[in-house]
Ligand binder design. Structure first.
Ligand SMILES: [Zn+2]
Length: 223
């Protein structure tokens, strides 16, 4: 069985995926103990405040058990308000706007020395025009099984988002368990705090007791 662990929203801000953060220590110990790999979805200019930096990208790229992916640019909306659509950046963009947004994001990624292969839309939602643009820039997208059902992507689409905090009804997609989480944030239950870290450790021990072998992979590795 494959096990994928995805984490959203990492960016260069203390507590959101920087060296020395307790959340990062949890990931490193899960890699040490089980060989867990992580697929990290990073907004490139989070809330117009935190731009990716070369140092930050290099920190993560030193680990062969991490894949860095695109999670939008601002992770924020402009035409609509937060109350209307949350932070679903690509739910308000037409083809031209989405093209500009992705180009801006990818230019920054390239300046920092990395070209992401995968994409997850902030807050899941996306317009068809944005999905067309995304499909021309990335090899695959990671999706929620219930969102965007009427949207067509021209690239491989990975679904699955069992929270790292969930206790039962973990789904198997083909041969893959797809866990999802957030690096932190008051509005999510699946964040990397101590309680969830310990729970997930137990979950992995349970899965190991049920299956002969677990293969930890990043999403690009199961493609
Ligand atoms: Zn997000």
């Amino acid at each position: 069985m494959n096990v994928v662990v995805a984490i959203d929203d990492l960016h260069p801000e203390q507590g959101w995926g920087c060296e020395g953060d307790v959340q990062v220590d949890y990931l490193r110990s899960l890699n040490d103990e089980f060989g867990v790999k992580f697929t990290l979805f990073c907004p490139s200019y989070y809330h117009h405040k935190c731009k990716l930096t070369k140092d930050w990208v290099s920190y993560w790229k030193q680990f062969d058990w991490v894949e860095l992916c695109n999670h939008g640019h601002y992770h924020d909306v402009k035409k609509y308000t937060f109350d209307q659509i949350g932070e679903q950046e690509f739910l308000e963009l037409n083809h031209i706007e989405a093209t500009e947004r992705i180009q801006e994001s990818m230019a920054l990624w390239e300046e920092c020395g990395h070209t992401p292969k995968g994409f997850r839309s902030p807050g899941w939602g996306i317009t068809q025009e944005s999905a067309d643009v995304v499909s021309s820039y990335f090899d695959w997208v990671a999706q929620h099984e219930l969102h965007n059902q009427s949207i067509n992507f021209g690239v491989q689409n990975f679904i699955g988002c069992d929270g790292i905090h969930e206790k039962e009804n973990i789904s198997l997609y083909g041969k893959t368990f797809m866990f999802q989480s957030h690096i932190q944030g008051d509005w999510n239950d699946n964040v990397w705090n101590e309680k969830n870290y310990l729970h997930f450790q137990n979950m992995l021990n349970y899965l190991l007791s049920q299956y002969n072998e677990l293969q930890f992979k990043t999403i690009s590795e199961i493609k």
